[in-house]
Design a protein around this ligand. Sequence first.
Ligand code: C5P
Length: 228
Amino acid sequence: PRHFAIVPAAGNGSRMAASRPKQYLPLLGKPLIFHSLAVLCAAPAIDKVFVVLSVDDAEWRRHDWSSLGPKLVPLFCGGATRADSVLAGLRAAAHEVEPSDWVLVHDAARPCLAPWHIEKLIRELARDEVGGLLAVPVADTLKRAGEHRQVLATVPRENLWQAQTPQMFRHVMLRRALEAATHVTDEASAIEAAGLHPRLVEGDATNLKVTYPLDLHLAEWILSNREG
Ligand code: C5P
């Protein structure tokens, strides 16, 4: 099977409180999403990188993406939720992708994805029936709060993981799962709702998601201090 990437980038990034969608915020002189796309386009195992943009995206065309090469395919078909955007991307790309091909869904907002993350994910899941995702073990002690922020319980962190992306599943399985799913915040939960068990592949904290302004500074530090 081949490997394809789908990068949902049709969100408006409201938690950043910035004037433009966070995928276009500047990071080391490039739009944030440039970094996320560059590492996927450079991965030898990945055939094509479909980036799902909002239908009324006004900014994509203002930048020059040609240095990312011919693997990059922009699709202006984003939906109301992340899952809708991924599903729209899968449908738009369907004529190029076989049912048994692998699809790696990666957040535009994770610009510090490293080549080893992609290689490890693909290697560890190569013989898996279902697929899985990058994740890191939870480090903090977790509290469940009530309505008035009173602690109701401490949730044992043993066996708890933070989900990251890429999340890698077979094309047909992912499409069916997303078509059936409601209110999912990642692809793995759609697969779980279908009764299957995605596998966790341990990544690391450098693959952070830019959600709040501080994250942008962390991402800049990580990218500037990376070897090679
Ligand atoms: O908002 P959040 O950080 O969870 O978004 C995760 C990713 O999903 C982002 O890359 C965002 O652009 C994308 N997204 C999308 N379509 C939406 C909402 C979010 O492609 N309707």
